[in-house]
Design a protein. Sequence first.
Length: 32
Amino acid sequence: MKIPEDWLAVILAFALLILALVGAIPPALIKF
């Protein structure tokens, strides 16, 4: 099963978004 490059780009962007959210949430919890 081969994954199209556009799907790979979507998955990569989604993973980066999750990492960004995970990286941004802890400081907010510590701040409040």
